[in-house]
Design a binder for this molecule. Sequence first.
Ligand SMILES: CC(C)(COP(=O)(O)OP(=O)(O)OC[C@H]1O[C@@H](n2cnc3c(N)ncnc32)[C@H](O)[C@@H]1OP(=O)(O)O)[C@@H](O)C(=O)NCCC(=O)NCCS
Length: 181
Amino acid sequence: MTELDSVTIEQLDGDAALAAIPDLTEILHDAVANGASVGFMEWNTQDDFEGFWRGVAAEVTAERILLFVARDESGIVGTAQLHPTAKPNQPHRAEIAKVLVESRARRRGIGEALMRAAEAAALALGRDLLVLDTDEAGAARRLYNRLGWTEVGTIPRYALMPDGRDCGSTFFYKTLSREAC
Ligand SMILES: CC(C)(COP(=O)(O)OP(=O)(O)OC[C@H]1O[C@@H](n2cnc3c(N)ncnc32)[C@H](O)[C@@H]1OP(=O)(O)O)[C@@H](O)C(=O)NCCC(=O)NCCS
């Protein structure tokens, strides 16, 4: 995957997350406009997307979310999040969320690189049990299977597609080990 030579994966602090809001807003807008079921509908506005990222930046500043971006020569082209579980009885668990790669930058291994960065960061934090869920029919399901995640099952009608159709969500987990990362 030679194209990845020109892509870097970075973890952003709170200030960098704030500075990245315009690019992240564009990536989220692009995903929704292209039919991804990622929490928003096609009628959501730029303000809605920006507000979402302002909330994420605040959580990054509070050290409750780890935010990763992929950059190429054109700027930020992808992102992923790690949410360490806050519950006292789940100190070993974290959730992966909002894995998004701009449509023009897909199929170059950027999604995989973002996932590997989030998994490595989880392991460094001692979070060796990861969970996530995704649209049962999207490209992400293949990505997670390829990266060794285990499918638990699919809940029909869990969410909506941006155009209002039903969307089943497939739930995954992965137990990390130092050797694998
Ligand atoms: C899911 C998503 C993040 C994947 O991002 P990506 O950067 O395209 O991921 P990768 O490039 O690592 O893998 C995608 C495919 O490209 C292939 N690929 C990777 N590098 C490649 C290369 N250099 N040449 C050709 N194909 C390549 C992979 O094998 C994979 O194939 P598959 O679709 O048959 O599984 C992206 O499609 C996306 O943003 N989707 C919309 C949002 C979404 O649904 N996110 C998940 C929310 S949980």
